[in-house]
Write a new protein. Sequence first.
Length: 336
Amino acid sequence: MFIVLYCAPLSISAQDVQYSQFYANPLYLNPAMTGASEMTRIGVNYRNQWPGLDQSFTSYSAHLDHYLFNANSGIGVIFNRSEQSMANLSVSEIGATYSYRARLGFRSFLRFGGQVSYIDRDAYFGNLVFGSQIDDQSGAIGDFSGENLGADFRHQFVDYSLGMMFNNENAWFGVSAHHITQPNMSFVDGQISELPMKLSAHGGYRIDLAGGSSRNFMNDRSGTRELTLAFNYKNQGPFSQLDLGTQVNIQPLVLGVWYRGIPVSEVTQTNHESVIALVGISLGNGLDVGYSHDFTISSLGNGNTGGANEISLRYSFLAGSAKGAGRKSSMPCFKY
């Protein structure tokens, strides 16, 4: 592989992992969504990007959040880890989140949230091969490159994020800002490599189908029928991305499709990244399971990369005092 790819963690701007099922990972999307279900949620997410390549990128996430009815607040914890085998780079994060819900009208609400995280970046560069080590006549690789790099690097720092979310019965709109202090993430002492701030704007609208009356054959309880339209725009350093999608929920089955890319741009070349297909099962007992596949439509090609596979698992339940529950103030978001 090209040496610039190996050295990327030392010098260039980083980009956060982007999950296709980002609504199944709500704390990662926006800290203001902490406690937004007004229940207790436990969730895990797994993503394997480009498994068709020799060097893939895998990421994991787990979250727990709980709503405090007597304080109109949500509290949560989140753990994230990504592993990039090409550069032997891993990033681990553990964070605490908090949100407060304010009432604007009969069923209109505004939530404010924040997150503080501890991040650990670890990389092993002992296997790197530099151009100065390669004999241009024989192709033989020498022992010493002349580079003053240690074999193992590690760097830790504290990170902060903020978010805000508005919702009523059928619509929601939120904004979030991650890495607001743009912390230094360089492995090399004396060098500055800022982690760029990530800005996101996301929202959607839910449409009730057939009066919301269907039958859940798996648990013999009344279910829902609804169509939801949504978007998520992200910008981080030089990178911008837009997700447009729709999901149909006929309980317990959820089907969805997303487009990811920048369809129209006056500044940069049009970027069509992927089309994402999703299927989920949302049971009446609070268990949600989702699977999605990203079909690469960029010049990389789906056959070369293998796209991306993602799995989410989430369980929601009422824990502790439920005084005030049932007020229908939770957000009408995508399930996945």
